[in-house]
Design a protein around this ligand. Sequence first.
Ligand SMILES: Cc1cc2nc3c(=O)[nH]c(=O)nc-3n(C[C@H](O)[C@H](O)[C@H](O)COP(=O)(O)OP(=O)(O)OC[C@H]3O[C@@H](n4cnc5c(N)ncnc54)[C@H](O)[C@@H]3O)c2cc1C
Length: 499
Amino acid sequence: MPVSEAYDIAVVGGGVAGCFAAATAADQGADVVQLERKSAEEAGHIACGDAMKSPTDPKKYPGPIDMSAIAADEDVLINGNIDQIEWWDEAIDVKKVLPYEGHSNVIDRYEFGQRLLEQTAACGVEQHFNTVVNGVLQGAQVEGVRAVRDGEPVGYTTKLVIDAGGSLSSVMANVDFVSLDAEPETSFEEPNYQQFGAAYREVLDTQAPVPYDNALVGKPLEEMGYIWYFPRTATQINVGLGLQMNKEPVELVDRLKEDIKGRPEYQEADFDTVNGMPNKLGAALGLRRPLDSMVAPGYITVGCNAGTTHPISGKGIRGAAVTGFSAGKHGAAAVHDDEDGFISEADLWDHNHYVYVRHGLGTHIAVKEPYNVAASHAGMENVRAAVALLPEDAIADVVSSDGNSLGVRSAVRLVSGVVQNALPLVSDGRLERLATTKRAVGRTLLDFVRTRRYVEKYERLYNNYPANRNDFFEWRDARDALDDAFNDELGISANQRKY
Ligand SMILES: Cc1cc2nc3c(=O)[nH]c(=O)nc-3n(C[C@H](O)[C@H](O)[C@H](O)COP(=O)(O)OP(=O)(O)OC[C@H]3O[C@@H](n4cnc5c(N)ncnc54)[C@H](O)[C@@H]3O)c2cc1C
């Protein structure tokens, strides 16, 4: 007979989202258990580029976790040394440099993860490590999870499960959403694996300082993939690559090896180590907009699994923190206020509304997604040409986390910037090295401008994300109609559409 334990809330996962959710819910008075499959020593070690902006800004990292104390810990490496983003397209000798306003950091993710877990425990959360969740308990609502703890089966009975198990969480995969009690159907959006990517990274110690120690460097890879060099320090670099899962699979480790083989700074580089092991990890990551609804009866999902990371403008760590905080806060309130023993989607709706409207991170991410859709449609060669031609400020507008401001004046500036950049690229034949045509590149630039117009429409719609679950289905119909219009405008056929 498996052991059975009861809590108000089980949080699955000891990553950023799990820690923010568990700490916040416990701080609100809920009885919380946090379940993590790794050991206490290994937990917090996450595959990531480790770029993290404004860690002490309470809007970006809300809740009871003391981020100032974490930032003050020198081992976490929050030193603000990053002040620009660089795009290197070496095959056509193009380098774009975008200033990084407010600076950023490349952190030691393991140290950061460990500090988060310590603070979560200090908020009163019970933490069970070496605990692999492998099933859910469900009736009208999700009623808990099944797990194997230190090799023994355990059942956790709960009023709410917060699924912070990361991309394509196995917890979510175990929930039968159709049979949960929700009218006319659950609002929860089950993502498709093709909307995710596969990524891998190593942390390398170089012999000599790299000349780009103040920059997040990105490079194009075949099939809409990308390579990054993110320097923690001048001699410790997080190098990695990511690819979309809807493209042909690529051997990530070999492809990264092939890239750094040609770079002198990595010739004698050694692996950084964590717990005596080489610091290299791979994982899936969301390359999609946040889920339309992240709640189902007795269940909320957060972080990477909820699609709150964005391939262009980043925000993975921050998205995990904000959604974790929100789930902890609104989940604890729903449990506290429960009178009928049933935690419905309506009871949890404040989570969705906070993420999209009251905080707004969900909307910021969702409205950048049309650029990803347009880029995938254009194909890598055309995207490379467009990036080479577009002025830096237009690119910054796409990759920045904030507004979209291409008005009439900036449209004129956009055209003159493209013409200015085109002259040298065309005159010395560099654009011809790309496997595309002038016509296709022109079409990609036009689609970029068209996409901008749709970004504004999406922004208006997401800013009006419903405060009430009753209005959700009508809102989703309107968003689907906008998706259709956008896809039609770009000429994306029905079987090629992402959503
Ligand atoms: C290679 C890569 C590079 C990235 N680069 C950046 C970047 O530079 N900056 C940025 O902001 N974001 C980046 N991201 C995204 C960012 O890392 C994620 O968005 C963020 O870590 C998501 O946090 P999370 O808590 O949702 O999930 P995770 O960090 O994945 O945590 C999930 C936790 O749940 C545990 N778990 C999973 N399943 C179970 C189970 N069944 N039972 C028990 N425990 C379980 C895991 O062990 C893990 O500890 C990157 C992602 C990847 C993959």
